[in-house]
Each structure stands twice: as structure tokens, then as C-alpha cells.
Design a protein around this ligand. Sequence first.
Ligand SMILES: O=C(CO)[C@H](O)[C@H](O)COP(=O)(O)O
Length: 212
Amino acid sequence: MIIAPSILSADLYNLENDLKKIGNADWIHIDSMDGVFVNNLTFGSNIVHAIRPHTDQLLDCHLMVDRPEKYIDAYAEAGADIITIHYEATPHPHRVLQQIREKGIRAGISINPGTSVEAIKALLPFVDLVLVMTVNPGFGGQSFIPEMLDKVSLLSDLRRINSYSFYIQVDGGVTNETAVDCVEAGADCLVSGSYVFNQEDPQEAISHMQNL
Ligand SMILES: O=C(CO)[C@H](O)[C@H](O)COP(=O)(O)O
């Protein structure tokens, strides 16, 4: 199981120290929010640029921004390994996914709780990752919406039937308990923010989830 702690819940004043606390994680999840697509503002490609020289962990960039096509070049130049855009954020998701892959970067598509898997079926051959939001995007520390697990199961079936190879990532309210349900439904990558960073020993929490 791939674990991607979200630095949305890190202490930005002590980011270097907090990155050490999650040093055994496979990926680092970077939540960019623009105050338009979601009602919150966080960070942009500048944080990718700042972290990149200091880790070999994959930088997994989740763009909760309107019209993500405007920012792909900046994230590519900053050193992103994965860029996930929201299906709901652009009228041209297929074009933006192509734009990401043309940069040699893995491309992900994310869906809000109100968006069905059917809506992104035509995009599945063109993605390296599908992110199922299990909270409404915008804030950390929200409660997991269990009904979203049906989407994870459906994606897992579609992946098997069509021999696709995208990762199925779950994000929002992931704890040691909800992680078990995500794994059973077919997820292979879990984003966890507040749960991981609130633990006495984040590395132990990460390795527990990695072994699910
Ligand atoms: O994308 C996000 C919010 O939009 C966060 O990645 C997500 O909510 C993780 O935080 P937590 O584990 O605290 O729910």
C-alpha cells in the first residue's frame, strides 16, 4: 500500500522537521488550493520547488484549482512527479491530462464526492492515477464518507476488466480504521493528513498502513 501523507496538516513553520517525521512515506501529497475551486487557499508550485532538492520521495501534487491547465508548466519545472487535476475544474480534462504527460509527468484525475465514476470513464485510458475524494475538497480533518467506497470498487473492476494500470488513490478522512475499508474496496494509495501528523509516531502510523 502506498501512503502519501498530506502536508496540508504539517507545521509549515517547521516543515523540514515535519518532512523528517514522514520520511518513510512513499509519496508526499501536496494539496494546492486556489480559493476559487475550493474555499481555501494553500500553496502552489513554489512549495514543490522548495521541497524537491531535499527528498527522493515522489511529489504527488493534487491541484484543487480552477483551470489547472494554467499551472502545469510551473509544477513541471518545480519538479512534480504526479499532477492530479479535478475533473470538475476544467472543460478540457483530456487535453490537460495530455499536457501533463507531455511533460513526462504522471497524470491523475480526481472526482469530488458528487461526481460519478461514469463521468470519467472516457478518460480512464489516459490516466496514471484516479483520486476518489472521500470528503469534499478544501480542508483537512473532515469525516470520511463511506459511500464513496463503491466508486473505489467500481474503478477496481474497470481497471481489471480493461487491463488499465492506474493507481486508485483515496483522499479525505483516512485513518488506520478507514484505511482498512479503502484497501478492501481496491485502493492502492492512501492520502492521510491530520491522522498521520497527529500521531505521536507518524512513521509507525505510516508503516502500519503500508502493511495493510
Ligand atoms: O485534499 C484534501 C482536502 O481537500 C486533503 O488531502 C485531505 O483532506 C487530507 O486531510 P485529512 O486526512 O485530514 O482528511
